[in-house]
Design a protein around this ligand. Sequence first.
Ligand code: HAM
Length: 416
Amino acid sequence: MTSKYQSVRGTRDLTFDTKALFRNVENIAFSTSQNFGFQEIETPIFEFSDVFHRSLGETSDAVSKETYTFTDRGGDSITLRPEGTAGVARAFVSEGLAQSNPNKLYYYGPMFRYERPQKGRYRQFYQFGVEVLGLEHPLADVECLDLGYQILRKLGLAESCLLEINTLGDLESRNQYRSALVQYLTPFKNQLSMDSQVRLEKNPLRILDSKDEGDRKIIADAPPADRYLTDSAKSFFTSVKEGLRSLEIPFKENPRLVRGLDYYCHTVFEFVTTELGAQGTVLGGGRYDGLIETLGGPKTPGVGWASGVDRLVDLLETKNLQLFAKTKPPVAVIALGDRAVAKAVQLGSQIRKKDIRAEVFLSGNFKKKLEKANKLGTTKAVLIFEQENGNFEFKIKDFSTGEEKIVAESAILQEI
Ligand code: HAM
């Protein structure tokens, strides 16, 4: 039977093994982050729209084309979060977290972007992210990257992903590069895509990120950003690269990597795989030293990243990597007769109180119940029969030998 109700395009139901893999990735990400001294933070799924507009930039795709925005009953403009950094930064300011700097925070949850759905790209997707606030040292970037790398390693995915890094430099480098880029691109203005024409006025760096074929040809000969770096920006980037080498984290420099959100400066990076098709970025982030001030907070450096958990799970599934330990097979409690079934429910409850997994079968005839138990991998079952005198007879069945033996009710828990 087909129902007219489907999940909304770009959203999906996570069931069975897929959901178990999500939980596994979460657990590994949580425990690894805790080892690195990070603490969990949870911010609301929606914020005032302005929080995202100010943080991510009006011209970022995430804000200009992809937000789920609505006016609530009180007349406020509200946006479902397209990412986690803006909310964490807002919380840092409104909760006065500067007092406890440095803050090393991690978060997990659903994000919402109205993008064109395809494999690895969803409209509701899950990010695990980390943010370090209050540390301007380049080795904070390295520690963050090490955390990302260790999580991928524990998932068995480190070899499938390559770390690409770049620097956008400090404000001075960025301004100089911006002018150089505008100078280079202006003669091509009419050949650029409509999006890039708008960006040329508002945020020319983003043009480097364009997916448009025509744009990409023009960009190919654009001046590289590193030519415009100040000495201090260069030495910052050098320290990051040295730090990565000292931790033996393999990486490749990609001078075209700019990232899609406006708040970045200095280091930007992505872990990319070629095994997922077009949506190969499984983790992305960078430094954002100006963001907290943009939201009205004290000058506070920041660095962090977020990983698309859907993509990590997709990757685990394509590799057939089932990380989760299969749950132990249950003790089956199988009854014949209505009163015996009620007794089985009681017994099942008692077994579970001992932290032993038990499965009580409420439907099907006796033979069907045995078959179902067998399918679950049961090795031992308790069989309950109603007798003519109103009492019950209990048997323990060993599925490996097929043997059955009668036991007293009081001995059942011990027997299993
Ligand atoms: P982002 O690159 O926009 O960065 O997203 C991070 C990751 O989220 C991507 O690399 C990808 O794995 C996943 N992702 C993004 N969009 C989708 C989608 N539609 N479907 C599935 N997965 C997706 C940020 O969000 C920044 N807040 C990261 C950051 C944290 N920077 C500093 N701190």
